[in-house]
Design a protein around this ligand. Structure first.
Ligand SMILES: CC(C)(COP(=O)(O)OP(=O)(O)OC[C@H]1O[C@@H](n2cnc3c(N)ncnc32)[C@H](O)[C@@H]1OP(=O)(O)O)[C@@H](O)C(=O)NCCC(=O)NCCS
Length: 138
């Protein structure tokens, strides 16, 4: 990530929406994102001359498990090693903050075409199925 600036826990909701909408449609609301970022355990963002180019964040309990979320490299910056840099930053945080001598469960959800990217770090699928619900909040 030469010439790029890396920040920790500084990503704004506006930057999150900008990156989200560069690769997917219909970002969550600003209020939801602000709450989510506040409660994320570690957020990494990458900047090129002040403009956000990539992000990734984790939720977790530091002792037993983490979940990696919202890994996005803006299309203009993909295939330059930034995604690898993001995941390595997250994994370094886990290794630096875990109890020495233990193992920590790190999960994420990936579409089939992204699985080879994560396999490079040692992630693999098991037989467990992902169960989910989009729960409405009244
Ligand atoms: C997936 C994503 C994060 C990868 O980021 P990137 O910066 O382009 O990836 P890198 O340049 O760091 O690639 C690192 C390695 O993974 C490989 N790689 C990257 N994307 C890949 C893919 N979709 N399939 C297979 N390999 C991939 C690269 O070729 C490179 O391999 P190498 O180590 O042999 O050189 C990026 O494409 C992206 O943001 N996509 C849109 C959002 C998304 O789908 N995020 C993932 C949500 S699960």
């Amino acid at each position: 990530m030469n010439n790029l600036e890396i920040k920790h826990n500084k990503l704004t909701a506006k930057e999150f929406i900008y990156l989200w909408e560069s690769v997917w449609s219909d970002a969550p609301t600003k209020e939801q994102i602000e709450l989510a970022l506040t409660h994320s355990i570690y957020v990494v963002s990458v900047y090129d001359r002040g403009k956000v180019a990539a992000m990734a964040r984790m939720i977790g309990d530091m002792g037993l498990c983490y979940y990696i979320k919202d890994v996005v490299v803006h299309p203009d910056y993909q295939k330059q090693g930034i995604g690898r840099g993001l995941i390595n930053e997250l994994l370094d945080f886990i290794k630096s903050n875990g109890i020495s001598g233990t193992q920590i469960f790190v999960e994420l959800c990936a579409m089939p075409d992204k699985i080879p990217f994560y396999e490079k770090f040692g992630f693999s699928a098991n037989e467990a199925q992902r169960l989910r619900i989009m729960l409405p909040v009244e």
